[in-house]
Design a protein around this ligand. Structure first.
Ligand code: FAD
Length: 273
């Protein structure tokens, strides 16, 4: 997984915030014996989120079905997300002994407990910076790469219009393509030294064609020597790999072989590291 961040540090506005997360019916409330039934929390969110439209007597309390569904999904899932992050050791939270913004209203049936804050190791409350710090620490030994000072500039799509990655501007201002999946042909290639008059040079030889791979659908076979990928001359395994990786999965490439054959292959896809 890659986190692409335009700023020199991670965390964005979250790291600058007070760091309180409003989670109805969360595990800490339940442990403290506070109940927070679904419709109580939903009424509170709808009326204070949409005060001009809230109507107890109308379907969806007066708001659109999709707006209601979003609020319902928040009630159903936000506590589960916090629970799983807590269980994984990614964050440590505590009930903030503060009031809600609309604590004075009659629909606030759970005046304490929905607002959580990060708990620091010394037992005091943290702010947004502590939340970001805890998440970053937890990710330290996970296969997550942070690309800082990389500003996303566009979305990459394949020929079918499907999103396959991002284009970003690196710290030097050069464009880098970050693809979710890389293009593969499905062969093992090695760089072989040449002999005779070509001594001192190398060639890209196919060692194995993986069964079921895109290459296996073609006439490419072990022992073939690839001299070109499209119009690009190649003399090593690395050059073949680089030429293939410059394409997106689903693209067609034409390989030229040393015996004069040309082979068309539609590239397959494999998750990028
Ligand atoms: C002082 C303050 C206190 C607050 N307190 C609270 C609170 O207690 N509780 C609460 O719920 N909310 C609070 N908020 C609001 C809350 O912080 C924000 O709503 C929330 O952080 C937004 O999170 P986000 O992930 O959407 O955006 P952000 O946290 O802003 O993250 C967006 C990230 O994307 C990066 N980015 C932008 N463009 C690009 C690009 N092109 N390429 C790569 N990266 C890019 C930015 O650098 C940033 O890191 C507070 C806000 C402030 C300012």
């Amino acid at each position: 997984m890659i986190v692409v961040e335009g700023a020199p540090t991670i965390g964005g506005t979250t790291a600058k915030s007070a760091g309180a997360y409003w989670i109805p019916n969360n595990q800490f409330m339940r442990a403290a014996g506070t109940t927070d039934p679904k419709m109580d929390a939903i009424r509170y969110m709808v009326r204070d989120g949409f005060p001009a439209r809230y109507r107890e007597d109308l379907p969806n309390l007066g708001i659109e079905a999709n707006e209601f569904a979003l609020i319902e999904a928040y009630y159903d899932n936000s506590a589960k997300i916090i629970e799983s992050l807590e269980a994984a050791g990614a964050i440590r939270s505590v009930i903030a002994a503060v009031y809600d913004y609309f604590d004075h209203t009659d629909l606030n049936k759970a005046p304490r407990g929905r607002a959580l804050v990060p708990l620091k190791p010394d037992g005091t409350w943290g702010r947004g910076s502590e939340l970001v710090h805890q998440l970053k620490e937890w990710l330290a030994d996970k296969p997550v790469k942070f690309l800082l000072k990389h500003r996303v500039t566009g979305i990459e799509r394949n020929a079918k219009g499907e999103v396959i990655g991002l284009a970003a501007s690196d710290p030097k201002g050069d464009t880098v393509l970050l693809r979710a999946n890389k293009a593969v042909i499905g062969v093992k290639i090695e760089t072989r030294p040449q002999s005779g008059p070509l001594k001192g040079t190398t060639q890209a030889a196919v060692v194995e064609v993986s069964p079921g791979s895109p290459a296996s659908q073609s006439t490419l076979k072990a022992g073939d020597v690839i001299t070109k990928v499209d119009q690009r001359s190649v003399t090593s395994a690395n050059e073949v790999v680089a030429a293939v990786l410059s394409h997106a999965p689903g693209d067609k490439v034409t390989l030229t072989l040393s015996d004069g054959r040309t082979v068309d292959i539609v590239l397959g896809s494999q998750p990028s590291n």
